[in-house]
Design a protein around this ligand. Structure first.
Ligand code: NAP
Ligand code: 3JN
Length: 339
């Protein structure tokens, strides 16, 4: 991207859980923002959102709104991205898309800056941000893959309700309040009550009995690690946590990696914080990780059932590293600044 002092930025889906976080992350990281435009649907058009102590109006997304914009950050779902990202590219912008619309398209780079920064420059206008559960897993697994080549991954996720957006967060709050007040519970966003419960069901079920979320983890991980031979199986579970996805990950490697070696490798890995001292009850938990940009790893131990296996517990803020921060880091790479 041509060097400039400031870049004109648009956020599509600015009023959502991810969009809001994007605004904060742009500000916190001192991104050189010139003009700033916010877009949403008719539900919130006309509202204002703050950025650096100024209020910016939210505009209705429509045709021909991207003229003069350098970078468009999309977080309004797959349908909106499919329709409007090509229009943004046609208008001369580079798109960083948070949805699944383009992730598996061969010509679209799927980027996690700590893992595969080299693919960014191949973009033809659209760069895809991976799914939040994929991002945190690959940040932690890439250095171990480099060391001992991962042959197989078995992952179970414990995903917070913020992964499903604003309305899902409200539903957990409303249900919890209703239950504690001995009132009836309303179920609208999730298939069953989420308060005081957990649901092995994220996104739609597919013909192979996995969910779309589970297959996103399988396919995106292989694309990012550029290794179609890794065998991966995932079970994704929604838990009544507001922010922070946790993952129990078992890997089998070609070369043996001891738990101590894994701890040493991960403690110098970019974007990773090892938080692992079980005798002192030290391991990552969503409440402590929320608001941070790194991926936290604990409970690192050898899988005693096979010769070359490791178990890890990986936790990250899904709205930040899982979405907004990763997208802004990609934008920083595009303009040639830090990430
Ligand atoms: P959310 O809180 O429900 O927010 C949805 C946003 O999209 C709102 O700003 C909403 O605007 C906007 N929107 C909806 N329909 C629109 C339309 N027709 N035209 C323009 N804007 C529209 O959801 P979220 O959690 O922020 O997630 C949004 C999307 O980001 C998801 O669908 C997904 O594709 C992606 N996402 C990715 C990850 C990841 O793993 N990297 C994680 C979470 C989400 P209104 O205020 O007008 O309703
Ligand atoms: O549920 C979660 O914790 C993550 C959800 C991500 C999500 C939600 C709605 C649509 C996605 C995604 O990023 O894969 C999408 C989508 O764009 O398909």
């Amino acid at each position: 991207m041509k060097k400039k002092d400031k870049y004109n930025i648009a956020i599509v889906g600015a009023t959502g859980a991810v969009g809001n976080e994007m605004i904060q992350v742009l500000e916190e990281r001192g991104f050189p923002v010139g003009d700033l435009r916010f877009f949403a649907s008719e539900r919130s058009a006309g509202e204002t959102l703050p950025y650096k102590e100024e209020d910016y109006e939210v505009d209705l997304l429509g045709e021909n709104v991207f003229k003069g914009i350098d970078i468009v950050l999309f977080s309004a779902g797959e349908k909106i991205s499919s329709e409007f990202a090509p229009k943004a590219v046609e208008a001369g912008a580079v798109v960083i898309d948070n949805s699944s619309a383009f992730r598996m398209a061969p010509e679209v780079p799927l980027v996690v800056p700590e893992v595969n920064p080299h693919v960014v420059e191949r973009h033809k206008g659209i760069i895809a941000n991976p799914n939040c559960s994929t991002i945190q897993m690959v940040v932690a697994l890439k250095p171990l893959h480099d060391k001992g080549r991962i042959k197989r991954i078995v992952v179970t996720t414990f995903q917070s309700v913020s992964g499903k957006g604003r309305e899902a967060m409200d539903e957990l709050f409303d249900q919890t309040r209703a239950i504690l007040g001995f009132q009836d519970v309303t179920v609208e966003v999730f298939p069953y009550q989420i308060a005081f419960n957990c649901l092995p069901h994220i996104d739609d079920f597919l013909d192979n009995s996995y969910t779309k979320e589970e297959m996103k983890m399988v396919n995106e991980t292989r694309k990012i690690l550029e290794d179609e031979s890794i065998r991966i199986t995932a079970t994704t579970v929604r838990v009544p946590v507001y922010i922070g996805h946790s993952e129990s990950v078992n890997i089998e490697t070609e070369e043996k990696i001891t738990a101590n070696e894994a701890r040493a490798i991960l403690s110098v890995a970019p974007g990773v914080i090892v938080y692992d001292d079980p005798k002192k009850n030290i391991y990552p938990i969503p409440l402590n990780v929320s608001g941070h940009d790194e991926v936290f790893v604990g409970r690192i131990r050898e899988d005693e059932s096979i010769p070359n296996g490791l178990n890890l517990w990986i936790v990250a803020d899904n709205l930040r590293k899982g979405a907004a921060t990763n997208a802004v880091q990609i934008a920083e790479m595009l303009i040639g600044s830090k990430h």
